[in-house]
Design a protein around this ligand. Structure first.
Ligand code: 5AD
Ligand code: FES
Length: 336
């Protein structure tokens, strides 16, 4: 659907009429992507990060966090178990941990590809040659949020990083042939509604296949600890407008939404979302991958979460997707 910047701003601002917006987004979701909710098994395989984002709990300068890194074998084993549980997409996410070199990631992707799954990588900014090698090794999708399109805000919040370079990473991923996932946080300090409208127009313009939108949640061990953070309602309105702008893309009900409200993901699924990414990381690691406080499911097992979210999906009359769940039916490398 075409919406002008002014219309987007009005929809994002109108708290009174947000119910109508959610209803409309839910209808568009049903019409374009149906009632299936696609599950992705999320593995958080290292919390070591070279960056220092002001909002993020695993930033380099957080000395209070115990760091971990899965071994190659552990990571492949976690993926194998997730595939055995029925996940058709495995998302591998980490901080920007350079121990996972181009070659090492290639080996990991090649091994996991044998489990007949779509592979999504989310390991941050890397040179073109890394992205290309991983794609050729079998990776299908890549997630890298632009976070905000307000460049001044970006440079204040991500010291030492370049908005332009991040944008170029997105362009490179798309050119290589990845299904591209991006997204933003809402409720960042000094982020305006106008700037969120620009973010949505940017995501439409670059043609994302997936867009993740979550509220910013202040973390006590970061410089932004005393900030207000985003609300579930604003995150939902943003997500709903995204659905209107890009009716057939994949939109996750984000974990950060559930961290603010016990029904956050269900509310998201009823206002435009069609994807959930249950955590399949095991043991202590779950707790240590703390991007923001109040993260859900830190004491649960992968099977518990899969069962829990499956039941929630059915309770609202939706179905758990059985396929790979690519954008517009796109199949992963080597799918039969
Ligand atoms: N609150 C909410 N989301 C956060 N992220 C990082 N830190 C926070 C926070 N404090 C999000 C960023 C990142 C994604 C992996 O997690 O958008 O891209
Ligand atoms: Fe983890 Fe419900 S999804 S307990």
């Amino acid at each position: 659907m075409e919406l002008t910047r002014q219309e987007i701003i009005r929809l994002l601002s109108d708290e009174q009429k947000q119910g109508d917006l959610f209803k409309k987004a839910d209808e568009v979701r049903r019409q374009y992507v149906g009632d299936e909710v696609h599950l992705r098994g999320l593995i958080e395989f290292s919390n070591i990060c070279r960056n220092n984002c002001m909002y993020c709990g695993i930033r380099r300068d957080n000395p209070q966090l115990a760091r971990y890194r899965m071994s190659e074998e552990e990571l492949v084993d976690t993926a194998r178990k997730a595939a055995e549980m029925g996940f058709k997409t495995i998302v591998m996410q980490s901080g920007e941990d350079m121990w996972f070199s181009r070659e090492r990631m290639c080996r990991i992707v090649e091994q996991i590809k044998k489990f007949d799954v779509a592979i999504t990588l989310s390991v941050g900014e890397r040179p073109y040659a890394d992205y290309k090698a991983w794609f050729d090794a079998g990776a299908d999708r890549y997630l890298i949020r632009i976070e905000t399109t307000d460049k001044d805000l970006y440079h204040r919040l991500d010291p030492g990083m370049s908005w332009q370079y991040r944008h170029e990473c997105l362009m490179a991923l798309k050119e290589i042939g990845y299904e591209l996932g991006s997204g933003i946080m809402v409720g960042l300090p000094e982020q305006s509604i106008e700037s969120i409208a620009d973010d949505l127009l940017y995501l439409k313009e670059i043609g994302v296949d997936m867009a993740g939108i979550g509220p910013f949640i202040p973390h006590a061990q970061t410089p932004l600890k005393d900030e207000k953070g985003g609300t579930l309602d604003l995150a939902r309105r943003t997500m709903a407008v995204m659905r209107l702008l890009l009716p057939d893309i994949n939109i996750p009900a984000t974990t950060a939404m559930e961290s603010l409200h016990p029904m956050g993901r269900i509310l998201a699924l009823q206002s435009g979302a069609n994807v959930v990414m249950p955590n399949v990381t095991e043991g202590e690691y779950r707790r240590l991958y703390e991007l923001y406080p109040g993260k859900i499911c830190v004491n649960d097992t992968p099977l518990h979460c899969k069962t829990c979210i499956g039941a929630k999906i059915m309770s609202i009359g939706r179905k758990v997707g059985m396929g790979y769940g690519g954008h517009a039916g796109k199949l992963p490398h080597g799918a039969k």
